[in-house]
Design a protein around this ligand. Structure first.
Ligand code: GDG
Length: 489
């Protein structure tokens, strides 16, 4: 169906509006040239579908192609409103300010951040465009849910345009300690942008506390517990903004159902057979990003091979590294380093027909990911810093047989909910090696007990609960300071 044509619903307004950098769809072109949109699968879409049921919500975001934006359209019951981005804006706002300035600063400066005033200018321009697009489709008194670090100025810009709407923002990535955040030349502008919201949701309490502390130290505002008081100016009244943790999750019921299908289970068995039926399959699944600790994981694996603690073909390692942000220099460099290391390890420890590492630089369908998770005896989740890490939650969800073991970095948001996992500090290579060996050799009965606890946690805290908790926190967020707070602010 050609979906670029405006629909008769494109002019209406909505009582729930989502804004995210990307719309949850990709354009697909069939062999005969017919174009259509396919909903990108993922937890966020599932969660939003759940909260939008019966509400006819709208989603504002970039459709993924530069130049003129397609007209608004409806896909899978979602009213999609594309925001245009030029090629220069993609370079400056997305690849530049979002992924080369904010991303490193918000992830412990694992690589240096780039500061360019032209990038900040583009970030402001694009945030203004998003705010305008949201203002145009939000009904009187609507609830607006803004996502992530690309859109931190939208809350305040939107409030100035539409003081009647209720504004929430959720940060999918960490919020840095003030000592790192303060490096940003535009730190004040970003905090003021965020403070336009009524409620700010973060993955961990530590992230919310970092934000509140930054408001106190950078802007000199009064804070109390998880709230920040924004003084009134001119005709605008003083307001109270709340910041707290609402950890994201996955559609665990949906993923488990997929993992239980005979096709996925057969594929899991076929994967093991194609690897030469090793005793132990180690697995890593990540976007190829320097935050994910892929290099540390490879170093630990290489040393274990060198020491003879593990040996192919008994043990093998599958690393799926999904292509990511390939136009950003730090990502290109990471790819070169990872691929050089993989080549060296295979050259040294592989044999004809027996690879020490199976490195896959592709993206796969969900079914294949579910099969890979089921085929893995030990899942290696070793980020240096990660807002949450959904892969950890997906792995345990796919292990409906209660088999397998999860090695999990303490620097992920997921660790705060999954303490029972085999915990590691990826910077400590010796410790990481010991943890991998423990995950391999721990008694099957004990591993089963751990897996059961992890699975229970994820199934009881799924993405639907996350969305419900976020919207409840937004609906009940304080609007105005109490008389007591006013007296002290
Ligand atoms: C950000 C934060 C936070 C990966 N390769 C393929 C594929 N994936 C899927 C995984 C998982 C998702 O992509 C990645 O999510 P993560 O949470 O691991 O990481 P980020 O992309 O960095 O996401 C993060 C998240 O936002 C949510 O708030 O947890 O901390 O950085 O779902 O399975 N999926 C398919 N094929 C692939 O090749 N189908």
């Amino acid at each position: 169906m050609p979906t670029d044509a405006p629909t008769d619903t494109s002019q209406r307004t909505h009582d729930l509006v989502i804004a995210a950098n990307r719309l949850p769809v990709d354009r697909v072109v069939d062999a005969d040239g017919t174009q259509s949109w396919r909903t990108s699968p993922g937890g966020l879409v599932t969660a939003m579908e759940a909260v939008m049921k019966g509400r006819e919500g709208a989603w504002v975001g970039w459709a993924g192609e530069t130049g003129e934006a397609p007209a608004p359209f409806v896909e899978n019951g979602l009213h999609l409103h594309p925001v245009p981005l030029s090629q220069q804006e993609v370079t400056d706002y997305y690849e530049g300010f979002s992924n080369d300035t904010l991303w490193p600063i918000y992830h412990d400066v694992i690589v240096p951040a780039g500061f360019h005033r032209s990038w900040w200018q583009a970030y402001r321009t694009v945030n203004e465009r998003f705010a305008r697009a949201v203002a145009d489709v939000a009904a009187q008194g609507a609830t607006v849910w803004i996502h992530d670090y690309q859109l931190q100025l939208v809350p305040e810009l939107l409030r100035a345009m539409r003081p009647d709407v209720r504004i929430g923002w959720f940060n999918h990535i960490p919020f840095p300690p003030v000592e790192l955040f303060a490096q940003l030349p535009w730190r004040g502008g970003i905090l003021e942008g965020l403070l336009g919201a009524d409620y700010l949701g973060f993955q961990r309490s530590a992230d919310a506390q970092n934000f509140v502390r930054a408001c106190r130290q950078v802007l000199g505002l009064t804070t109390k517990g998880d709230t920040v008081t924004v003084p009134g100016t001119g005709s605008r009244r003083a307001r109270v903004v709340r910041a707290s943790a609402v950890p994201i999750s996955i559609d665990s019921a949906g993923l488990e159902a997929l993992a239980m299908t005979p096709a996925v289970q057969e594929r899991a068995a076929a994967i093991r057979a194609s690897l030469g039926s090793p005793k132990v399959v180690l697995l890593g699944v990540d976007r190829l990003d320097y935050t994910k600790g892929i290099r540390h994981r490879l170093k630990a694996y290489e040393e274990l091979l060198a020491e003879g603690a593990i040996k192919p073909p008994d043990v093998t390692f599958v690393q799926v590294a999904t292509p990511s942000r390939e136009r950003v220099a730090a990502y290109r460099q990471l790819r070169t380093e990872v691929e050089t290391t993989v080549g060296r390890i295979n050259g040294q420890y592989g044999e004809l027909g027996v690879a020490a590492i199976h490195y896959l630089h592709h993206s796969y369908p969900r079914e294949e990911m579910a099969a890979l998770f089921q085929a893995a005896d030990v899942m290696l989740v070793t980020p240096l810093r990660d807002g949450m890490n959904l892969v950890a939650k997906e792995y345990v969800t796919c292990r409906h047989d209660e088999g397998g073991a999860l090695v999990l970095s303490e620097f992920t948001g997921a660790w705060h909910e999954m303490h029972q996992a085999f915990v590691c500090n990826p910077h400590d290579i010796e410790g990481l090696k010991q943890t991998i060996l423990r995950a391999i050799h721990t008694d099957a009965k004990d591993k089963r007990r751990i897996m059961r606890a992890l699975r229970r946690r994820v199934s009881e805290h799924d993405v639907q609960l996350w969305a419900k908790r976020f919207l409840e926190a937004l609906a009940t967020a304080p609007e105005r300071p109490s008389a007591k707070d006013r007296a002290t602010s």
